[in-house]
Design a protein around this ligand. Structure first.
Ligand SMILES: C[S@@+](CC[C@H](N)C(=O)[O-])C[C@H]1O[C@@H](n2cnc3c(N)ncnc32)[C@H](O)[C@@H]1O
Length: 214
């Protein structure tokens, strides 16, 4: 995964992060992140914040890429810790966001969150990342790792591939494994979460709301 994503990042990181354009300007790229976060996060603050002040919240992002969503998240939340398997992607995120107060960027091993210091998190988020991971075992390891780091009752909101017909092979780091609604619910139960909501079963952007059991 690391070699493939480093290669994509060197070739054209922003294109592989969002394939709707090949020639993103800085402004357009980060505006697309603001738009995504306004749709995924700003409309859902009751579930995400649970009455906390967002500026007092510490949040986790898995698969930050070149920092497109991280920047928008850091405009809302006090502390953002973001990991990515690709050192090239993290370098690009650092060059765009380095020095922003409250932003912490890490290259991780592509499987777990051992790189994150022992901290408790108020919310975790991941978009357009698990849809590329070709292994259920790795995705489930991430879910267990998020469970380890989240406070009881807190939300992990994330997106997986829901289009079951997508072909995936173990070494395909573009087309990840797909989940049905029952598979997503069973994973939540195995990992100590309640899957309270889902949206988009059967399509690419299958969103899951996992609340850590109190
Ligand atoms: C399509 S990009 C999306 C980046 C970011 N979420 C966004 O929407 O702007 C997918 C990102 O996931 C990262 N990634 C892929 N597999 C990963 C894994 N197993 N662990 C951590 N990051 C991974 C890639 O390096 C890449 O930066």
């Amino acid at each position: 995964m690391r070699a493939d994503w480093d290669r994509r990042a060197k070739e054209n990181a922003r294109y592989y992060v969002d394939t709707s354009r090949k020639d993103w300007s800085d402004d357009e790229f980060f505006a697309s992140g603001e738009l995504a976060i306004s749709q995924d996060i700003s409309t859902d603050m009751t579930n995400i914040c649970q009455e906390k002040d967002p500026k007092q919240m510490r949040i986790l992002e898995i698969g930050c890429g070149a920092g497109r969503l991280t920047q928008a998240l850091s405009n809302i939340f006090g502390e953002v810790h973001a990991v990515d398997v690709s050192g090239e992607m993290v370098a690009q995120a650092r060059s765009a966001l380095g020095g922003r107060p409250g932003v912490h960027l890490y290259q991780n091993n592509g499987c777990d969150l051992s790189v994150i210091p022992q901290l408790e998190f108020d919310f975790a988020y991941s978009a357009i990342v698990f849809q590329h991971i070709p292994s259920r075992e790795i995705i489930e390891t991430y879910v267990r790792e998020v469970h380890r780091l989240l406070k009881p009752g807190a939300l992990f909101k994330f997106q997986v591939q829901g289009y079951i017909a997508t072909d995936s092979t173990p070494d395909d780091t573009w087309h990840g494994v797909a989940y049905s609604e029952p598979q997503a619910r069973e994973m939540a139960e195995r990992c100590g979460f309640e899957m309270r909501y889902s949206y988009g079963a059967g399509v690419q952007y299958f969103w899951l709301w996992y609340f850590k059991n109190a």
